[in-house]
Design a protein around this ligand. Structure first.
Ligand SMILES: [Zn+2]
Length: 181
């Protein structure tokens, strides 16, 4: 188990030309944007970056990272562990202009001479955040309680405007007859 922190900064074009790579950890306190949207982390992020050039002489970084963060379950409002996992191939570019010409398999990374590797790892983890963090049904304290037991609890609860419309349509004649009386 590696405890090495990956370097904060690197000249990625230089790394790509020399086909350098690194792997190690990044702690949550080095990723303030991720820290701001989570309740904490169960582990440091593990990250690996491998730099290379392709046949068009682009500067590429194969990045992969994973981390278990703590977020608020949107069903029971208690803390829950969320496994984040991300992988991408970044193409190091000087500016936005070249981004439109990139193959779809590459993500643009606009960067000057040096790049902040901790921020790169943080970007990937932020993209991997779930829109609605939740416990699994087995782990969640509200599972099956709030919505009744058995099969009913398995039906996803979502707002259905047509169901509401149906109720209104059914209700109308009753109200009409009540008014007439
Ligand atoms: Zn929950």
């Amino acid at each position: 188990m590696s405890r090495t922190t990956i370097p904060k900064e690197a000249e990625l074009r230089n790394w790509a030309a020399r086909e350098l790579s690194t792997q190690g950890s990044v702690s949550l306190d080095k990723m303030p944007r991720l820290e701001a949207v989570t309740l904490g982390a169960q582990s440091e992020a593990h990250a690996s970056l491998a730099c290379r050039r392709d046949e068009q002489h682009r500067y590429l970084v194969d990045i992969s990272t994973d981390m278990t963060v703590v977020m608020q379950c949107q069903r029971c409002l208690m803390p829950c562990d969320v496994d984040l996992r991300a992988a991408a191939t970044l193409c190091v570019l000087w500016d936005d202009d070249a981004a439109s010409e990139l193959p779809a398999s590459y993500d643009p990374l606009i960067s000057g001479d040096t790049s902040n590797l901790h921020a790169l790892v943080e970007d990937e983890l932020l993209l991997a955040l779930p829109a609605v963090p939740m416990h699994s049904r087995e782990e969640c304290r509200h599972s099956g309680n709030e919505f009744g037991n058995g099969a009913e609890a398995e039906v996803p609860q979502r707002e259905n405007p047509f169901a509401a419309l149906g109720d209104l349509l059914k209700a109308d004649p009753v109200e009409d007859s009540a008014e007439k009386n």
